[in-house]
Design a protein around this ligand. Structure first.
Ligand SMILES: *[C@@H]1O[C@H](CO)[C@@H](O)[C@H](O)[C@H]1NC(C)=O
Ligand SMILES: *[C@@H]1O[C@H](CO)[C@@H](O)[C@H](O)[C@H]1NC(C)=O
Length: 283
């Protein structure tokens, strides 16, 4: 009798309710940390903590006309609308250093605004190929993998040459500003060959410091920065871009693809593979 009634749907239902009640009423882990990771906006208003989505900005710049301007912009804007992220683009760069350094100026400016928990930088030569995947989930997963998530400010990827700065996530916290300050410092150190370091070179040098390295977390390239088969320069996971992955980056296409407009050609080739989702849900 008892054994049978334990399997009755009603009891199961009561049990499920009890479990859910317990699950949602236990103290969220993030309250125990000074900087929460997966749910940065825990607000102890009233008695119940409220979990909100992390506030995310997707950020890029483009300072020249390109054949794929509309596609690249539309793609990122569509993605941002779909998930309620902000999409921020600069169209001019004002730095005495190489244009690529402007991404750090942007990061500083945006972090100081204090509006976002995470800022996702993407180079302009990228396509979000699966607009359903929330970058918030990738961040959450990365934090779950990190040994000390609260210490992590920067989520990065590698390609076959090591660090690739084409797509990374930075914590929107003033602590990240000191990280960028250190980068500016490294940007003034000449390379061994006497050349000025690129923004990526500066970051590589900075990450040789243990303290800085402890503040970054690396995720598999295909999670945040997939390359197509034409640009076969993968990290050790050796994953070429496949339909269904979040993002496709045509990094240095000019070195791999022949023609007048290597990046534009690849953009056209892969445009049909973009999983856009239903615009009616967010327009
Ligand atoms: C929170 O910050 C304070 C002061 O910076 C520090 O002493 C404490 O250990 C931190 N707590 C956690 C859980 O990180
Ligand atoms: C987290 O770790 C698992 C297991 O190693 C791995 O499969 C997954 O790709 C990692 N995710 C991220 C975002 O790093």
């Amino acid at each position: 009798m008892i054994a049978r009634s334990c399997r009755s749907p009603l009891l199961l239902f009561v049990f499920l309710c009890a479990f859910l009640y317990w699950h949602f009423n236990k103290a969220p882990e993030s309250l125990e940390h000074n900087i929460s990771t997966t749910h940065p906006q825990v607000q102890p208003s009233g008695t119940e903590p409220v979990h909100k989505k992390p506030r995310i900005a997707i950020v890029t710049f483009i300072t020249d006309p390109k054949s794929y301007l509309h596609l690249s912009l539309k793609n990122k804007d569509h993605y941002a609308r779909r998930h309620g992220y902000d999409f921020i683009v600069d169209y001019e760069s004002h730095t005495e250093k190489g244009t690529c350094y402007w991404k750090f100026n942007m990061m500083e400016r945006l972090i100081k605004q204090g509006k976002w928990d995470w800022i996702w930088w993407v180079d302009f030569d990228t396509l979000i190929t699966n607009t359903e995947i929330k970058v918030a989930d990738v961040i959450e997963e990365a934090m779950a993998n990190a040994t000390n998530p609260d210490a992590i400010d920067w989520i990065i990827t590698h390609d076959c040459n090591g660090l690739n700065m084409g797509s990374f996530v930075l914590r929107g916290h003033e602590r990240s500003l000191s990280f960028i300050d250190e980068l500016w410092e490294y940007s003034t150190h000449k390379k061994e060959d006497g050349h000025d370091p690129s923004e990526q070179d500066a970051m590589v040098e900075l990450l040789k410091q243990e303290k800085a390295a402890a503040r970054t977390h690396r995720v598999p390239q295909w999670k945040l920065n997939s390359f197509p088969q034409e640009i076969a320069c993968f990290d050790e996971s050796r994953q070429v871009w496949e339909p269904g992955q979040l993002i496709l980056h045509f990094a240095g296409a000019w070195a791999h693809v022949q023609g007048e407009d290597p990046t534009g050609q690849l953009m056209q080739k892969y445009e049909d593979d973009i999983m856009w989702g239903d615009w009616k849900q967010f327009y």
